[in-house]
Design a protein around this ligand. Structure first.
Ligand code: COD
Ligand code: ATP
Length: 203
């Protein structure tokens, strides 16, 4: 049996950092953000729907300008829901395909890195959930530092997601990523050991 682990968090909480650590341990990670980019490439069904729905978002080469689309949808809840309703079904379908392929290979585990796992009610596709948690002021600092956003731009993005404090109540396991990378890696190793130990003991 292949165990399907959902890795989630908030914007800039450290999911990519943790998923790179997981890959180093030899487990396959499927990244929803990467799939969400692939399904909106020129020629894909979601691309056509997006350009029919949103104005002024194309680059000269006709690809979608993500910065422009981001500044529209993170400032307007209704538009964000519209984009979600176009992109999420395609992302879900592709993720399920990749899970199926790991199951066919009899992989021990596969990890799905899905930022909006709880918001999009996708928990039924995973067996266990791991939340990468940070306090909001650290999240804000890291997001502004990584992306060069103003405080307003960063706050709009954070506020478009379920607060991490709410997600704490929903997750099976939590990694507190306020500290050093070493502390984060140690927590991750303990959690993976527990999940895989329970699996091999038929929990
Ligand atoms: C708006 C877009 C074009 C901005 O692209 P950009 O390259 O700047 O950001 P990127 O895709 O790398 O996302 C960064 C982070 O933003 C957050 N985020 C992205 N989309 C959303 C959303 N619809 N609602 C809340 N948070 C979101 C996530 O935490 C994500 O990890 C892009 O995020 C997008 O197409 N979003 C809709 C699809 C989606 O929900 N993706 C998230 C995973 S399924
Ligand atoms: N423990 C840590 N200490 C210091 N910096 C960290 C730590 N963890 C992550 N970071 C930094 O914080 C930023 C956000 O981390 P990361 O990109 O892993 O988040 P993410 O959850 O994948 O973000 P997104 O969902 O927005 O793509 C990055 O610049 C990363 O290098």
């Amino acid at each position: 049996m292949t165990i399907v682990i959902g890795l989630t968090g908030g914007i800039a909480s450290g999911k990519s950092t943790v998923s790179n650590m997981i890959r180093k341990q030899g487990l396959r990670v499927v990244d929803a953000d990467i799939i969400a980019r692939e399904v909106v490439e020129i020629g894909q069904p979601a691309y056509k729907k997006i350009i029919e729905t949103f104005d002024g978002i194309l680059d000269e080469d006709k690809s979608i300008n993500r910065q422009k689309l981001g500044s529209i949808i993170f400032a307007d809840e209704k538009k964000r829901q519209q984009l979600n309703s176009i992109v999420h079904p395609a992302v879900r379908e592709e993720m399920l395909k990749q899970v199926e392929s790991e199951k066919q290979k009899n992989a021990l585990a596969v990890v799905l890195d899905i930022p909006l796992l709880f918001e999009s009610k996708l928990t039924h596709i995973v067996d266990k959930t791991i939340l990468v948690y940070v306090d909001e002021h650290i999240q804000l600092e890291r997001l502004m530092g990584r992306n060069g956003y103003t405080e307003h731009e960063a706050r709009m993005r954070i506020e478009s997601q379920m607060p991490l404090k709410e997600k704490l109540k929903l997750a099976d396991y939590v990694i507190n990523n306020n500290g050093t990378l070493e502390e984060t890696e140690r927590q991750l190793r303990n959690i993976l050991d527990t999940i895989i130990w329970n699996l091999s003991n038929n929990d």
